[in-house]
Design a protein around this ligand. Structure first.
Ligand SMILES: O=C(O)CCC(=O)C(=O)O
Length: 390
């Protein structure tokens, strides 16, 4: 049964955790029924097995198990922990918790997004194109909670060497090419941090903002996001999805919540429960979200998305890119896609035993995009200015 109490926001953290229990169990049952998970399987051309592709297009998500090895997970955890330690103590602060200069003060775009513990920073507001129409419950944190917690960290290719190398992962790039074509292009990257007993929620939403009314609208037009899980996820802290909604056009989320007695516990949703090293893909049109992390478990999800080139070329800049670009032309896309090529080379330098991914748009230009100090300045330092948000 769903919790329909309109007073859920007055709950304590512990009460919130308890009120989620039945919903979590229903979600886990649905996840078991649907499946849609297993190891990456590539065909003889190095592209995703057709059965997996069909399963992804049917449900709008897939969980790839055991993709990232133990050493790489360790490197990613260390990098994410270092970024976390260097975060400013408050949204406008210049210092971290140890009084050192916070990371990213010289960055042209924001590197950290902080929120009040267990809060929902965007639900029910007009922020980000108003795409989070309904507010999640905001339980009361424990008395010893800090005033702010890190919710999102941007620019991993600049600030986390392991993040840049992950961006060049051959299997993940093969998946991107299989879904969006050989000339696929990047979207952005962001690390979602859901701290134990403190992490904020991400209200139910669909990601895309650009092509909903296009005569060419289809289920893949707004691309997809990877999430690399560097800690195990649980039904309480995981990202939840409503399977199949990527095919439905714009979903009236406000109505779904209203029809559910005002409760955020929308029926038919399921959590993406993972082990560390698993990687999920979620179609950006799939309705998805996550609840306030009233649980004792940390989630850190390294998130990055890819598009079809034709969805981006000539499109008006959307979401957080509005202040930085007007329309995405070929030069804008090329500058951002170059991050992939540099990442492939950064990975090759660390993993000479791997066969690097061949990224079609940069074939013949590989030497211009070797990972070195010059390309760090030219391609990586301010790469988030070239994100392709639609
Ligand atoms: O991981 C989360 O909690 C939110 C992820 C999300 O909204 C996204 O990837 O678009």
């Amino acid at each position: 049964m769903n919790d329909v109490s309109p007073a859920i926001s007055t709950l304590t953290r512990a009460q919130h955790a308890e009120r989620m229990a039945a919903y979590r169990e229903a979600g886990v049952r649905l996840a078991r029924e649907i499946g849609n998970r297993g190891p990456v399987r590539l065909d003889e051309k190095g592209r995703l097995d057709q059965e997996i592709l069909d399963a992804y297009w049917k449900h709008g998500f897939y969980v790839f198990e055991g993709v990232i090895g133990a050493q790489e997970i360790e490197d990613l955890r260390r990098g994410a922990a270092e970024m976390l330690e260097r975060a400013p103590v408050a949204p406008d602060a210049k210092v971290d918790a140890q009084g050192r200069e916070a990371l990213g003060l010289d960055s042209v775009r924001q590197v950290y997004r902080l929120v009040k513990p267990l809060s929902d920073p965007v639900g029910g507001t007009e922020l980000l194109g108003g795409r989070h129409p309904s507010k999640m419950s905001e339980p009361r944190p424990d008395d010893d909670a800090p005033e702010y917690v890190v919710h999102q960290m941007y620019s991993m290719c600049r600030y986390m060497p392991a993040g840049l190398r992950l961006y060049g992962h051959p299997q993940l790039l093969a998946i991107a090419a299989s879904i969006n074509g050989e000339d696929f292009v990047p979207f952005n990257d962001v690390i979602f941090v859901k701290q134990p007993g403190l992490g904020g929620s991400v209200a139910w939403h669909q990601d895309g903002v650009t092509h909903w009314n296009s005569p060419e609208w289809n289920e893949g037009i707004h691309g997809f996001n990877f999430q690399v899980q560097i800690y195990p996820t649980t039904p309480a802290n995981a990202l939840w999805v409503i399977p199949g909604t990527h095919k439905q056009g714009r979903v009236d989320i406000k109505r779904l919540v209203a029809e559910n007695g005002g409760s955020e516990q929308i029926p038919g949703a399921m959590p993406l429960v993972c082990n560390a090293g698993d990687v999920t893909i979620v179609n950006r049109q799939t309705v998805h979200g996550s609840f306030a992390n009233s649980s004792p478990d940390l989630r850190v999800s390294v998130t990055f998305g890819f598009h079809r080139r034709k969805s981006v070329l000539g499109a008006k800049a959307g979401l957080s890119m509005k202040p930085y670009a007007d329309t995405y032309d070929a030069a804008h896309i090329d500058a951002r896609a170059a991050v992939i090529q540099v990442a492939i080379d950064a990975r090759r330098q660390k993993h000479p035993e791997e066969t690097p991914f061949v990224y079609e748009p940069f074939v013949g230009r590989e030497d211009e995009f070797r990972f070195n100090d010059e390309t760090f300045e030219r391609v990586i330092r301010n790469y988030t200015l070239k994100d392709c948000a639609i």
